[in-house]
Every structure is written in C-alpha cells, then in structure tokens.
Design a binder for this molecule. Structure first.
Ligand SMILES: Cc1ncc(COP(=O)(O)O)c(C=O)c1O
Length: 403
C-alpha cells in the first residue's frame, strides 16, 4: 500500500521545522574551526561569562555531592532553594506576596521560557516581543504554537520598548506581552515609568506579561534594574518573572533559572511540563544555587565592575569609525552596532551578514543583526563577556578590521 505524500509522516510540517539552530551557532562553529586551525580568536559572538562562580558556590556543590544529595529531587525545585528565592525576589526585586510555592526552578532561563510559553499558549495565540530580540524567545513561542508579533525598537529612542507601540500591535489573538530588561541584544534598560506604562496596557487589554530579567545584575551606573513585578498591584497575578543564575553568578553551565508566578493556571500547568522535561533540575546545581542566593554577593558586584571596564574598552575601539554607530549599553554584556551602507562598500562585503562571516574568518566573533529579528539587518552585536585581555586585544583587531 502506498501512502500519499500528504499523509506521509515525513512530509507533514512539524513545529520544529519552523525553529532554526541559529546564526550565532554557525558563527561560533566558524570561530572554533579557525581556532582549531591555529588562529587566535576573539569570542565576541557569544554571551558566556569568563568568570568562575564565587568560591562558596563551588564549595556548596561539592559538599552536596559528598553528603550524597544525588537522589531525585522535588519536581518544582528543592524546598531550600524555593524558600531562598522567594525571599530574594521579595527583598531584592520587590515582588509582592511571593511564597516558596510561587517559585519553579528550571534548567536555566531558557527552560523557564520554554515551560512558561508551553503552559500559557494555545496554537495561534500571539505574543508581542521587542524586535530586535535574542532569537530563542521567538523560537520558544513558536514551539508552543504561538505567533510572534515584533515591535520595532528605535535607535533614536535608545531602543525603548514603548507602551504605545505595544498597544498598537495588540489584536484579539494577543495573549501576552514579553519584555526583557536589561535587553539582549541592545543593552537597553526599561525605566520604572516605561514599565508602568507597559503594565497599564496589559491591564487595559487583560494580557499577561512575561518579564525576562536574566541580566538583572548586569546594569551599569547610573542606571539600576527595576522589576515590572514590583510595579504591579499586589493582588495582580498577570506577571510571570523569569530569572537566571547564568549571568549574575557566572554559572551558565550549571543550568539554573526560575519562574515566579502566582497565576493558578500556570501553577497547575508548569509542574506538568517540568515533570515531563527535566523531572527536577540537577540536585547539585540547586544546592550551588542556594549558596549563590544566600551567600555574599560581592563577586557579582566585582564582575559587574569588570564588565564595565570591558564595555569601555570595546566602545572606545568602535568610536569614530565612519558609518559605525555603537549604542552605549546600560546593561548586559553586549554592544549593538548599527552600520551605514557605506561600510559595506568600504570593506567590500555585501551586507552585515557577510561582514560578520568575514570577521569570523579573521578570528573575530560577532552576531549579525538579522539573527535577532527583521528590523535591523544593518547591525552587529558584539559581546564583551570574554576575559579582559581578550576584549583588549580583540578590540584593537576589530577596529583595524572595520576601518
Ligand atoms: C535574554 C535572555 N534570556 C534568557 C537567557 C537564557 O539564559 P540561561 O538559560 O543560561 O539561564 C539568555 C541567555 O543568553 C538571554 O540572553
């Protein structure tokens, strides 16, 4: 018996067919091959902190191992971590009425996004996101059957995510507004009044808000991070807040993040996704996260100061190059650079994509603007999460390459 192509399981489109593996991964592969071929490379393409976690974090992990804490753990997170995080988000982020039961420990913020959208969306539901945006947000919305609606951030407005633009993008299918502050890839930061305006739009249209705060500790003076959850009415459950240990405590490989939600529907659904995906995040990593949350935060502050030094080195290298317009990031470890068409002519490349590839061939990492959405094809993102010596040397090379 033959099957028509239409009914073939191979021919049928699958949600994963609409998810890419990402341009940044391709650039990284190119750099790693260049490195394997003996070239010196500058890892400006990816956001992997060069630091190791504070000593007390590693000690807690090893102590947990030696104490035999290697068994299955509760699905939503170990009670000690959920309690510590409930205190942390109440005291540091100002989120009202949070109990340990409102915390769901995930395998990084990536997994937090995955379970949040998976629990929230049904096929065809729209989610408004900033454009540009770190791609994986859009991919996780699509994976959950959702439809991404991008709102263009304007460089002349310092890449603010404006409530009026968000409201104009709302349709009857809109379910949620996603925001990310500090923002990957631009390094923009949302102020309390801007967040309040977004919150008011969400209330007016009865929408949920998903707030990705993975870079909460990576904010440069004189700015400071504000959680939208601290602005909401105390009894409002529309806000889902997402945090991570990857950047704040330099522990991306340990894979710990968390979702904070008081929404009873999400509280019912998220544990089901957690059970069917990880069935409890790595026990040792959770004990490390307890120590990271309850111990001294001095390392986090020192790391931020060092990132500030790196930011200035890279910014100085990018200044006063014709047609190259870097935005001074207020947070994150990224610099977003807009390019005039004249740059392509001068450097004999077709576009920013080709420029990123050509820089990778020279051992310099970058991520092209169109990896973050359709709004900024003429842009590159550079990361300064690699060590200071690499930032210093790579910045000189980059300046030479762009001039
Ligand atoms: C905006 C944003 N959210 C979430 C994440 C995920 O971080 P992790 O899964 O390491 O916690 C990243 C990582 O780069 C990010 O840039």
């Amino acid at each position: 018996m033959t099957r028509s192509a239409e009914h073939s399981p191979v021919a049928a489109p699958h949600p994963l067919d609409f998810v890419s593996l990402g341009k940044i991964v391709q650039i990284r592969e190119r750099l790693l091959s260049a490195q394997a071929a003996g070239k010196v490379v500058f890892r400006f393409e990816s956001g992997d902190p060069s630091f190791t976690p504070p000593a007390h974090v590693g000690e807690a992990l090893v102590a947990a191992l030696h104490a035999g804490k290697t068994h299955y753990v509760p699905n939503n997170g170990i009670p000690e971590l959920r309690a510590a995080l409930a205190r942390k988000v109440s005291q540091k982020n100002g989120l009202p009425n949070i109990a340990p039961a409102d915390i769901f420990v995930t395998s990084g913020a990536m997994h937090a996004l995955n379970v949040t959208f998976g629990a929230m969306l049904t096929p065809g539901d729209e989610v408004i996101i900033p454009d540009p945006m770190w791609t994986e947000v859009a991919e996780n919305i699509r994976l959950a059957g959702g439809v991404v609606v991008g709102v263009r951030l304007l460089s002349e407005e310092d890449f603010a995510y404006r409530a009026a633009d968000i409201e104009a993008a709302i349709t009857p299918r809109t379910r949620a507004i996603f925001l990310n502050t500090p923002h990957n890839p631009t390094g923009a930061l949302l102020s309390a009044p801007e967040l309040k305006a977004i919150y008011d739009v969400a209330v007016k249209h009865d929408l949920r808000i998903v707030s990705d705060e993975a870079y909460e500790d990576l904010v440069f003076e004189p700015y400071h991070h504000v959680s939208i959850g601290s602005i909401a009415d105390a009894d409002d459950t529309r806000i889902v807040s997402i945090f991570s240990f990857s950047k704040s405590h330099a522990m991306p490989g340990l894979r710990v993040g968390y979702v904070v939600t008081r929404d009873p529907v999400l509280q019912d659904r998220i544990p089901k996704l957690l059970r069917c995906t990880v069935n409890g995040v790595n026990s040792l990593a959770q004990w490390a996260a307890v120590a990271a949350t309850t111990g001294s935060q001095a390392t986090a502050v020192a790391m931020r100061d060092e990132y500030c030094v790196r930011r200035d080195i890279l910014l100085n290298a990018l200044r006063d190059i014709p047609g190259v317009r870097p935005f001074v990031p207020r947070g994150t470890f990224f610099i977003w650079v807009e390019l005039d068409q004249s740059v392509y002519g001068r450097l004999e490349v077709a576009d920013a994509d080709a420029l990123s590839t050509s820089l990778a061939d020279d051992g310099i990492g970058s991520a092209p603007g169109d990896a973050f959405g359709p709004s900024y094809p003429d842009a590159l993102r550079f990361s300064f999460s690699c060590d200071t010596a690499m930032v210093r040397e790579g910045s000189e090379k980059l300046r030479e390459a762009l001039q």
